[in-house]
Design a protein around this ligand. Structure first.
Ligand code: PRP
Ligand code: ZN
Ligand code: MG
Length: 225
């Protein structure tokens, strides 16, 4: 069972942010034994439990106060905030630190053969994405009349599959786009990892622990500069 006195931190189980987030926790002196297939890892030297979950779930876990803290990409965080605001659900959290890893951008990419003379070429198109709220906000800001097609995965195959004209997905090296005959046209959001805390007040002990950990995080980041 989980003990409510232990600080609960949500971390992506597998993906862009996992290794760097866990390395950062270890670098600030938190001893962890992470075993495959387990959802929870107890620290052996601090009253801290890690919850290893899908990154999409992390913003909601923090906003609902189910975990105390989370490491998450700003892209996921902003998308979840827009989604919750649209349905008038709680979307509060505090950002503790912007971190120096997990950099990527959310971009619109089109098939190599598609004619593109500027953003207005997107008028009348369907764009496949896992980030419909960020994409629709961008369309509104740019006065583009296009529609977002929500896909939870394999976004990059949507144009070939005839499901959409273009895509809006995360890009870091660009390898995925290249392998799928797509070219990046518009960057709509730039993202890094952030450390967030739930909005509801924590116990004195938990808050004191966080306040001891933050300067150590700053120290690790400075040492890397
Ligand atoms: C993103 C995106 C692409 C890939 C792009 O997925 O969906 O698949 O990264 O990276 P590249 O430009 O270096 O090829 P991610 O790994 O974040 O996983 P997810 O789609 O499961 O969230
Ligand atoms: Zn347990
Ligand atoms: Mg992907």
């Amino acid at each position: 069972m989980s003990d409510s006195k232990r600080l609960k931190i949500a971390v992506q189980k597998k993906g862009r942010l996992s290794d760097d987030s866990i390395a950062l926790l270890k670098a600030i002196g938190i001893k962890l034994q992470i075993r495959d297939r387990l959802l929870i890892a107890h620290s052996t030297n601090q009253p801290i439990d890690l919850l290893l979950v899908r990154d999409d779930d992390i913003p909601g876990l923090v906003m609902d106060g189910v975990v105390d803290m989370g490491f998450i990409g700003e892209n996921e965080l902003e998308e979840k905030m827009l989604e919750r605001q649209a349905s008038k659900r709680p979307a509060e959290f505090q950002t503790l630190r912007r971190l120096d890893y997990g950099g990527c951008r959310l971009s619109i990419a089109i098939p190599n053969e598609m004619k593109y003379t500027g953003i207005e070429s997107l008028n009348g198109t369907k764009v496949a994405t896992t980030y419909p709220y960020l994409l629709e906000r961008y369309f509104t800001e740019q006065n583009i009349d296009a529609s977002a097609v929500m896909l939870t995965g394999s976004v990059e195959v949507a144009p070939r599959a005839g499901v959409a004209d273009a895509i809006c997905d995360l890009v870091s090296t660009g390898a995925t786009l290249e392998a799928n005959g797509l070219r990046e046209q518009e960057v709509i959001f730039e993202s890094k990892a952030v450390l967030i805390q739930k909005a509801q007040p924590l116990s004195e002990d938990k808050q004191a622990l966080i306040n001891r950990l933050l300067p150590r995080i700053d120290g690790v980041m400075q040492a890397k500069e």
